[in-house]
Structure formats: structure tokens, C-alpha cells
Design a protein around this ligand. Structure first.
Ligand code: AAL
Length: 357
């Protein structure tokens, strides 16, 4: 080779030719049973799938009725599909046909930190105990409402659930609005940090003896300078599963990504970043759970994915932790849960040829 183009140099420097292990395609399909599309009911943001005593479990946001936005002047109007939401759960014998079992975590009493909406759950199981982490909003739901993350725990996947007395994670609130116009979340005098307005999409994983609570942040004064929304992920770490959770000094730990989606692989944490930011549609890996590197760029993948957690197979390959799971439909009609799978017929065709060896 006499001359190397910029593209070739970049590929060599960035180790693009590392093999096919981190590449995959995803397919989605409709599930059967109670989680299929239903008029006037919104089910979204499914948690990871757990298998307990031979049965698969998932938790998700469920709300009823049409949302009308913030501009009606009625403080009780449903503003988003995820407004007035509760966390429900469903079970399945085969991962395809799901039976809705009922309410897991409801909204709090009037005046409680979670009296308006509880949604976007993720689940973690340890020593026969179950932990749900989820977003909460207090009434009234306004454009500038700060959003928090709370936790509930139970001795069985069927509950009953005990809620944390307070949220376990708060937005930093370190921006300053430029006016009192609560219909505008962009107009700031001082732009806030990446998670100054909302902490969302929690995902809890035990890693190197500590509890890593990953989340998505949204800032006061969001801007659209990366070809899409300005959402980034942070992590907060605790010695005890119930907290206190301390935000990492490295936050934000991603510059892209919407709903969090992470899984354990060998000695590190793997992540799928979707939907927003320059690094959307990448799989990334961090040996320390914090400093993520891009491992592959993929065509796209499931939205709000909740992968099936299976310790027996999670180290088989980098993408084993994503083999199948649930996600939500983002096309019309939206607001229902689907199944996703890695397309192994496609993945078989990838080779590990490295052109420079
Ligand atoms: C989801 C999540 C958060 C957002 C909304 C409901 O997929 O990113 O929960 O607030 O959409």
C-alpha cells in the first residue's frame, strides 16, 4: 500500500476492523395476548425480562386515554401518553404470549412525590428480592416539571411493593430560567447541566460489588446541536442497593442515546445507544462501567429495549445480553409493546476477516 486515504487511516486508528462480534441486526415482531395494541390504552417502556420459577416477567408503563398536551389550560389534563401512568406487569410462558397480571406500583396519594405519574420501570433481582426503579412526576405536570427517579422493592415479582420514602435520584436543577413562561423549557438565562431538568429511564445493574444506576438526563434549556435531541446518560453509584446514589464525577458518560439499555458482558458493561445524538445506533463497552468506547455501528435497534437477563448465557458473546426482549412500537399506531430478537440468520453472514492482518 503506497498511499492511505483519510478513511483508511481513520479505520485503522479507530480499530474499525476488529471483527464481527459486536455487530448484529435486530428484528421486531408483534407479541400475542394482552400486550398487543389496544385502542385508548398506552403500554410502553418495558423493563428487562426476568425468568422466575419458569415464568417470564416484565413491567411497563400503562395509561388510559388520549393525551392533549400542555396548552389546554387545564392542570388536570393528560399531557403526555406517559402522564397519569402506573406500572403494571405481565407474565409469559414462552416470551411470545403475554398475560397482563395487574398493577405493580401505582401513583402516590395527593401531595406525594409521585402523585401524578410513575413510569418507565426497570427491574433488578438480587437474593430473591426484586427492585423496581422508575421515573416519577408530582402534580401539576408542567413543561418545566422536574422529574425524579424512585425505587420500590418486594419479596416476590408479584409484589406487594414498598416504595422508597423519597426519590432516589434528583435532577441537578443547576440552570436558570430566563422568564416565568412555564410553556417554554428552552428559554434559559443559564443553561443547566445535562440532567438539570429530568432524570429518566433508570437501569440498575450490580457491578464490581456496587450498584450502578444508569439514567438519561435532559437539561434546562435543551438545544438541538447534534442533529436531534440533546439527551445524554449519567450514572449514580451506591454501596447499598437502596442508596444513597452518588452521581459519578464523569457524568455525562455518553454524548448520545435515548432510553438506557445496558447489559453485563465479561468484566464490563455493554450498552445500546439509540434514537438521539451523533453516536445513536452504536453498541458501546466500558470495562469500568463509566468510560464507554464505540464497538460497532448498527443499522438501528429496538426502542426502549428491555432485554431478557440470562446470567447463564450473558458472556457467550458481546451481544448475548441483548439476544431477545421487549421494546415499544414507535410507528403508528404507537403505544404498545413488541418483542425484538437479534437476527441470527443475518449475523451468521458476518465474518471476522481483518484486512490488515
Ligand atoms: C420514554 C422515556 C421517558 C420519556 C418518555 C417516557 O421512552 O425516554 O419516559 O419521558 O419516553
Amino acid at each position: 500500500m503506497n498511499k492511505l486515504s483519510s478513511a483508511t487511516k481513520r479505520a485503522m486508528e479507530r480499530n474499525y476492523y476488529q471483527g464481527c462480534d459486536w455487530f448484529c441486526d435486530f428484528v421486531t415482531s408483534d407479541v400475542k395476548g394482552d400486550l398487543t395494541y389496544e385502542d385508548n390504552i398506552h403500554r410502553r417502556d418495558p423493563s428487562a425480562v426476568l425468568k422466575v420459577d419458569g415464568l417470564y416477567y416484565t413491567w411497563y408503563s400503562k395509561s388510559v386515554g388520549v393525551s392533549v398536551g400542555f396548552m389546554t389550560g387545564d392542570p388536570d389534563a393528560k399531557v403526555f401518553p406517559w402522564d397519569y401512568t402506573e406500572i403494571w406487569y405481565a407474565t409469559s410462558k414462552d416470551g411470545y404470549e403475554w398475560k397482563e397480571q395487574g398493577l405493580a406500583v401505582g401513583r402516590g396519594e395527593k401531595g406525594a412525590y409521585d402523585d401524578r405519574s410513575v413510569f418507565t420501570p426497570e427491574v433488578y433481582e438480587e437474593d430473591g428480592k426484586f427492585y423496581l426503579v422508575y421515573q416519577v412526576v408530582q402534580s401539576p405536570y408542567k413543561v418545566r416539571s422536574f422529574e425524579y427517579i424512585a425505587m420500590a422493592w418486594a419479596d416476590s415479582p408479584c409484589g406487594p411493593w414498598t416504595k422508597s420514602p423519597e426519590p432516589i435520584l434528583a435532577p441537578s436543577k443547576n440552570g436558570e430560567w430566563a422568564d416565568d413562561d412555564d410553556t417554554n423549557r428552552f428559554n434559559v438565562k443559564i443553561k443547566g447541566g445535562f440532567d438539570s431538568l429530568k432524570v429518566h429511564d433508570p437501569c440498575l445493574i450490580k457491578f464490581k460489588g456496587k450498584y450502578f444506576l444508569y439514567y438519561k438526563g435532559e437539561p434546562m434549556g435543551e438545544e438541538f446541536y447534534m442533529g436531534g435531541r440533546e439527551t445524554k446518560w449519567g450514572v449514580a453509584i451506591a454501596d447499598d442497593i437502596k442508596g444513597p446514589y452518588i452521581k459519578s464525577e464523569y457524568n455525562p458518560i455518553t454524548n448520545s442515546g435515548h432510553e438506557t439499555c445496558l447489559w453485563k458482558y465479561k468484566d464490563g458493561i455493554a450498552a445500546f445507544l439509540s434514537t438521539d445524538g451523533v453516536e445513536k445506533n452504536t453498541l458501546q463497552y466500558a470495562e469500568d462501567g463509566i468510560n464507554f468506547e464505540i464497538m460497532s455501528v448498527i443499522k438501528g435497534g429496538p426502542e426502549a429495549a428491555g432485554p431478557y437477563r440470562d446470567e447463564a448465557t450473558e458472556n457467550d458473546s458481546p451481544v448475548s445480553g441483548m439476544t431477545w426482549g421487549l421494546c415499544h412500537n414507535i410507528f403508528s399506531p404507537w403505544g404498545y409493546i413488541k418483542r425484538y430478537d437479534i437476527d441470527y440468520t443475518q449475523k451468521k453472514q458476518y465474518t471476522s476477516k481483518r484486512p490488515f492482518e
